[in-house]
Design a protein around this ligand. Sequence first.
Ligand code: KDG
Ligand code: MG
Length: 397
Amino acid sequence: MNIREARVIICSPGRNFVTLRIETESGLHGLGDATVNGREMAVVAYLQDHVIPCLLGRDAGRIEDTWQYLYRGAYWRGGPITMAAIAAVDVALWDIKAKAAGMPLYQLLGGASRERMLCYPHARGVDVPALLDHVAALRGQGYRAIRLQCGIPGLDRAYGTDASQARRGLPAEQLWDCEAYLRFAPRMLRTMREHVGEEVDLLHDVHHRLTPIQAARLAREVESLHLFWLEDPVPAENHEVIRMIRQHSTTPLAIGEVFNSIHDCRALIQEQLIDYIRVTPVHAGGLTQVRRIADLAALWQIRTAFHGAGDMSPVTYGAALHLGRALSNFGIQEFAGHPPEAREVFPRAWAYADGHLTSGEAPGHGVDIDEAAAARFPYTRSYLPVCRLTDGTLWNY
Ligand code: KDG
Ligand code: MG
């Protein structure tokens, strides 16, 4: 089952996606997502110039060996570009192996631990009444876990209140004020809890915006609201700061969507500094590494919460849902949704119903690409916004 062809398909059905398509000599094909939001073409070059030449003629069944070949063999390890490229190869090869076996991928990953995966959508509002309306609409669609992001008085645009964060042209700039946020966020979250009651799981993403002591203050102030989690309260490169937040609060923490390596996760898991690990197959080296991270996390009863913002393509959702179905320590799957055009480009077996996602039973990960449809949506350079404090200092987006 040697690899005959590997191609990168770049398209923009509502937002940019980079997809690797690998085909074997026997005519089976598999897909992997390689999208790094705002830096897409760097992964395309990495794949086309450096990875694909090494794939041609290789045995598609040797997934572990190929992973090690691309990871160790490059000498330069890690980082989002390298690991997204490796992830795309890895997920495409798992897709092929499962198709060759005639099985849905979760069967190869150990079989089902559950039939459906709890998921959470994004509720957004420019202010509290708008957010309450969105929450009510999502409750009407059956969601029982909901992420809450709200506009902040005095700031014209807050993280997560706009459906599309990606911007065509040059990066948009947003203003940020930690104290304005800290005055407002606990009140906003309390209002939400009072409206929905205790039965609905509420999540909130701070998106790396606070300093350690501010994050500790917030986590402590919202403790009695019993959030499902507080996500990314601070940038997490320095694990020491999470230790400090943890000492002050029992609010569950979810971290890791920007991590690429099991080593990025290790201290947070082994010291039990988090409750949910947010890595996702596309940005953390594919199923081969994310499975290991999840297994490590299981030893400390930390559960998975694979990143599922709109820039994770339907292919990554397919991979994540099959892994989530198999893992014993699956926690929750983020489900931000995709533009309608993406549905046309990526036919898929996974589906939403009643607050949960299902993987489907199609062989492989169950997601394909309609290349004719993809060609109708050409790539356009776009960026995530950048963020500045009110005095102009560049801050964390
Ligand atoms: O590309 C960046 C987005 O994926 C990120 O801003 C979304 O933080 C995010 C989340 O939790 O969905
Ligand atoms: Mg996040």
